[in-house]
Design a protein around this ligand. Structure first.
Ligand code: NAP
Length: 464
């Protein structure tokens, strides 16, 4: 049968963002940047819209669920605000849907006016030293994912048996989280939403000693003051900071994190798992036993030198070995390339001018494609930092699209495509089933929730 395509002149058109022709936005990645963007869009006065939230996980909230430490319940409360956005009738959730696997970017673009990429930074940076793949070494990305019930990391079985000596490499807030969670008393962990397998493993074993290594000095550490203060105030930990490692004016200077370190250095040490902060020290090699298991680290003392306005660590001749059965590298995250999506592999981000994604080769903007959050600017800042970032992306998107004329006839529906392909979509109601199930199981144990931490149990609880 001959299908006659309507002439351009016969197609009814209307301004995007009106009741006749609502704006259609797909947001890929439902961490803080994705939800702040959706929240901003839903609050735009007079705008008619539909938002499709797409996430490869069956659960929303990204790092709020899978990254924030279990003992930071207050930070997680932001999820309550995000939940109101997810439940908005103009918003649909497509969990367990992976861009590049279940559908292509082109297919998604055909089904909306704009795609906003907020996929975060889920890969880890490598240290690049010999022995990094020995049994007993893992990245913070994996370790944090494991204790937070991220289904990609459910199989991790960190070497916690006995009383291991642990080295945590890195001087950022993630390194502090890892050192703290490893050392928390079982009773504290028991009242959190730490993943069940991690609760079991961490409660049974207490490290003998945790070393937190910074390659540069205390003045260059990336810790924030609040996190250092918290480390010092956590019951069951004994934090050791050597006064000689701090700048002379640490206690009185402008830098709040340094002042907190000086307070820790001046304090008598208490009972509890000893956490030693050691600066100007790098791991130059991980050393294994005959079975390929980590047994020690080779350390090197660094001198600091200023190069092009930046203080850099230069290894000296002073090296030594320290016994160590578990090492966690917390040296930063990296964005992950999505097939078909422009990517700057060197920086691990989606290349963009502001929020407008551009082709890496030509620099030309890709119409209708935007980005925000860690995948745009790299893994820096706290959860709230993503709010202005997401708002800027929404502002660019609305400037480009609202009021432009487009065919009134709706584009093909994303739900229909995924259903044809047999994708087990977790919609908002299905996520709410997971949520309710976890909270109910948690209440029985006096905990905020008992997380489902594997793909199978998550999809089962979702009922999809
Ligand atoms: P980060 O703050 O960038 O810290 C990374 C650390 O790794 C730095 O100390 C860096 O040292 C070190 N490093 C990098 N490469 C290294 C190498 N080859 N050898 C030794 N050390 C190396 O990253 P993050 O800790 O992953 O945190 C990511 C973001 O999340 C940060 O903005 C952080 O504040 C935020 N966050 C916030 C919270 C909270 O507010 N509670 C909790 C967790 C994370 P150099 O400085 O020498 O490069």
């Amino acid at each position: 049968m001959l299908v006659r395509r309507p002439r351009e002149a016969d197609i009814d058109r209307a301004a995007i963002g009106t009741e006749t022709r609502p704006l259609r936005v797909a947001i890929v990645g439902t961490g803080p940047a994705g939800f702040f963007a959706a929240q901003t869009l839903t609050r735009a006065a007079g705008l008619h819209l539909r938002i499709d939230l797409v996430d490869r996980l069956p659960t929303p909230y990204g790092l709020v669920r899978g990254g924030v430490a279990p003992d930071h319940a207050n930070i997680k409360r932001i999820a309550l605000r995000f939940a109101r956005v997810g439940a908005d009738p103009r918003v649909r959730f497509f969990g367990n849907v992976e861009l590049g696997r279940d559908l292509t970017l082109a297919e998604l673009q055909d089904r909306c006016d704009a795609v906003l990429l907020t996929t975060g930074a889920s890969d880890h940076r490598r240290l690049g030293v010999p022995g990094e793949d020995l049994d007993g070494i893992c990245s913070a990305t994996t370790f944090v994912g494991w204790y937070n019930g991220h289904p990609d990391h459910a199989d991790l079985s960190p070497r916690l048996e006995g009383a291991p000596r642990v080295v945590v490499v890195g001087n950022g807030n993630v390194a502090l989280d890892v050192a703290r969670v490893l050392s928390l008393p079982a009773a504290t962990l028991q009242s959190t939403d730490v993943a069940p397998a991690a609760l079991d493993a961490l409660s049974r074993c207490t490290p003998e000693r945790v070393e937190l290594l910074g390659r540069r000095g205390a003045a260059q550490a990336a810790f924030t003051a609040a996190e250092v203060r918290e480390l010092g105030r956590t019951d069951g930990l004994s934090v050791h900071v050597d006064r000689d490692q701090l700048p002379a004016d640490a206690a009185t200077g402008e830098d709040r994190a340094l002042r907190e370190l000086a307070t820790l250095a001046a304090r008598p040490t208490s009972d509890g798992v000893p956490i030693h902060l050691r600066f100007c020290t790098s791991v130059s090699a991980f050393l294994g036993d005959a079975h390929g298991r980590l047994r020690a680290v080779r350390l090197v003392r660094n001198a600091l030198e200023e190069q092009d306005g930046r203080v850099v660590a230069i290894p000296t001749d002073e090296t030594w070995e320290a016994p160590c059965q578990l090492a966690i590298t917390a040296v930063g995250y990296r964005g992950h390339a999505v097939p078909g999506v422009p990517f700057d592999a060197e920086r691990g981000v989606v290349p963009a001018d502001g929020s407008r994604v551009r082709e890496p080769e030509t620099g030309a903007p890709v119409p209708g494609l935007y980005t925000a959050g860690w995948i745009r600017r790299g893994p820096s800042g706290v959860i709230g930092t993503n709010k202005p970032d997401a708002q800027a992306a929404v502002s660019d998107l609305l400037d480009d699209l609202v009021g432009r004329e487009a065919p009134v006839a709706p584009p093909p529906d994303l739900a229909a495509l995924l259903s044809e392909r047999g994708v087990r979509v977790v919609d908002w109601a299905a996520w709410e089933r997971i949520d309710a199930d976890e909270q109910q199981a948690g209440a029985a144990e006096g905990r905020p929730r008992r997380k489902h931490a594997t793909w199978d149990t998550l999809l089962q609880a979702a009922g999809v």
